[in-house]
Ligand binder design. Structure first.
Ligand code: GAP
Length: 501
């Protein structure tokens, strides 16, 4: 679907809408309604099941979202977490200077400072996209963090976390103390990140408050054992830097083994790249041919990274490949910076091994962007009907329960919906309008199964106690006893876990 059509549909169904809509909205802020909130929860559960399923030593924590100034100074965000901003001196509209330049510079803008971007913009006499004047000012580095006073004195400052990762670094020493004193140790956070984006756009793609799911794996760089045999022959759709610099945009399929043999990617990194790919492809159901693993060069990478592959997925609504997550090898950057900043040495002494300062592998995932991708990829037309073919474990509602005639079958259907809910299946009772319209509503909401209670269910014949089960994707129907329904359906709602070889 095209962007506007998809957004209109999601809005109409109450999946999401602009925050403070009655005041005209607030740029870069969106609220989720019942369907959107439920889908987001399932997505987060599926992410947790997969990535925490990689090791019994990976745990989720729930930190505060405010970071004292000393933390963001040590992390480098106070100094480096900037985008070049340029303001039009005629109409005062603000833009990302690099985005303006990108439009006229096919070779890209990575590695250019704000001052260099300014010189090129001036030399090219670039016009303001809003008013058309050539009075674009001098670009300046604009820090994306939201800072605020903390406490009544006004002397302390805190920042809304710009990434959830920092909380895991701050928790590392405590988690080490309460844990089993062994590496690798994983600390995951699912939480809000806040960025004062210069130009929020594309609904869930450039937001000012969004949700990240991030796993930080702390490990010994001399020994990070992974079951590589379980992924050795997996083919990854990679777009590596040398091919990119030749103008290639399509990925090539390379086995995990070949990637490691290329010499610059460690086995632990490639192993996690495969597990990440499997999550997008096998758990979220994104078609393999739409995914590419996009390697970032030294000048493009985030300031803390040694190796970075972004997971990009081709989205029709946004007209191209979009970054939905990434695998970052951050080295010892974070624990070294926080050791220096806090004065507490974050080296550890694993049982039976020499002391060391662990390195970090970060698996980062944008929850909102993936929620949009789930709509882009799985929501579409099938003839006359609109169907959201979500994997069942992601569906906001698992089963729609309908009485054929409300007055005659309503009580039994309502009881069945309650029984299913009590047995752990998210069931929604619906008696409004014709059965066809109820199916259509459920199809559009992504509900994988519908159950209808009718005269035979409540009658005295041999079909007493049976119901009709209808599958969303095939539209096939079968008659079966309502008794075993929960046990039959429940496995569909369990998110997959990784095979560990
Ligand atoms: N801890 C690493 C980190 O924050 P990032 O590439 O800045 O890395 C990670 O962000 C993910 O967060 C991205 O891949 C994207 O999915 C999501 N993300 C980043 N900025 C976003 C924004 N303004 N709106 C929505 N999602 C965003």
């Amino acid at each position: 679907m095209k962007h506007d059509e998809l957004f209109a549909l999601l809005r109409r169904r109450g999946v999401l809408w602009p925050s403070a809509e009655i005041y005209g909205g607030a740029q870069g802020l969106y609220d989720y309604g019942p369907l959107g909130a439920a889908l987001k929860r399932r997505l987060e559960e599926a992410w947790s099941a997969w990535f925490l399923g990689l090791s019994p030593d990976y745990h989720r924590i729930e930190p505060a979202e405010l970071l004292p100034e000393a933390v963001v100074r040590a992390s480098g965000h106070l100094e480096n977490f900037t985008d070049p901003e340029v303001t039009c001196e005629a109409c005062h509209a603000a833009f990302r200077a690099d985005s303006l330049l990108e439009k006229i510079r096919p070779e890209g803008v990575d590695g250019l400072s704000a001052a260099q971007i300014g010189e090129i913009l001036r030399a090219q006499q670039l016009r303001c996209p809003t008013c058309g004047s050539t009075a674009l000012g001098v670009p300046r580095p604009f820090n994306l963090m939201f800072g605020m006073e903390f406490g009544p004195t006004g002397k302390e400052r805190v920042y809304l976390q710009p990434e959830t990762a920092q909380a895991s670094y701050l928790a590392f020493a405590r988690m080490w103390d309460v844990g089993r004193h062994r590496l690798p140790l994983g600390i995951a956070v699912i939480g809000k990140a806040y960025r004062n984006e210069i130009a929020p756009r594309q609904v869930l793609f450039r937001m000012r408050a969004f949700t990240q799911a991030e796993l930080q794996i702390f490990f010994d760089p001399t020994a990070f054992p992974v079951p590589f045999d379980a992924v050795r022959t997996e083919r990854l759709p990679v777009l590596r830097v040398p091919r990119r610099t030749q103008g290639e945009e399509t990925p090539e399929l390379v086995t995990a083994e070949e990637l490691v043999r290329s010499g610059d990617l460690p086995a632990f990194y490639v192993y996690h790249l495969v597990q990440t790919l499997r999550f997008y492809r096998d758990v979220l159901g994104y078609p393999a041919e739409r995914i590419r693993l996009f390697e970032k060069s030294a000048t493009e990478r985030a300031f803390y990274n040694r190796i970075q592959f972004d997971v990009e997925v081709h989205l029709e609504s946004l007209g191209g490949y979009k970054e939905l997550g990434a695998v970052h090898y951050r080295g010892d950057y974070d624990l070294t910076r926080h050791s220096e900043g806090s004065g507490k040495d974050l080296s550890v002494h694993p049982t039976g091994r020499p002391p060391l300062r662990p390195h970090v592998l970060e698996l980062t995932f944008g929850v909102d962007r993936n929620l949009w991708a789930l709509a882009d990829i799985h929501l579409g037309k099938d003839g006359e009907r609109t169907v959201w073919r979500l994997p069942p474990y992601l569906a906001p509602v698992g089963v729609g329960v309908f009485p054929l005639i409300e007055a005659e079958h309503g009580a039994v259907a309502a009881t069945l919906a309650r029984d299913l809910a009590a047995a752990g299946v998210v069931a929604q009772y619906d008696d409004a309008s014709s059965i066809g319209k109820r199916y259509a509503r459920m199809d559009e909401a992504g509900t994988p199964f519908c159950v209808t209670v009718d005269g035979d269910t409540v009658g005295e014949g041999t079909a007493r106690g049976t119901v009709t089960l209808r599958a969303r994707d095939s539209r096939t129907q079968e008659r079966l006893p309502s008794d075993g329904l929960a046990a039959r359906l429940r496995p569909s709602f369990v998110p997959p876990r990784p095979a560990l070889g």
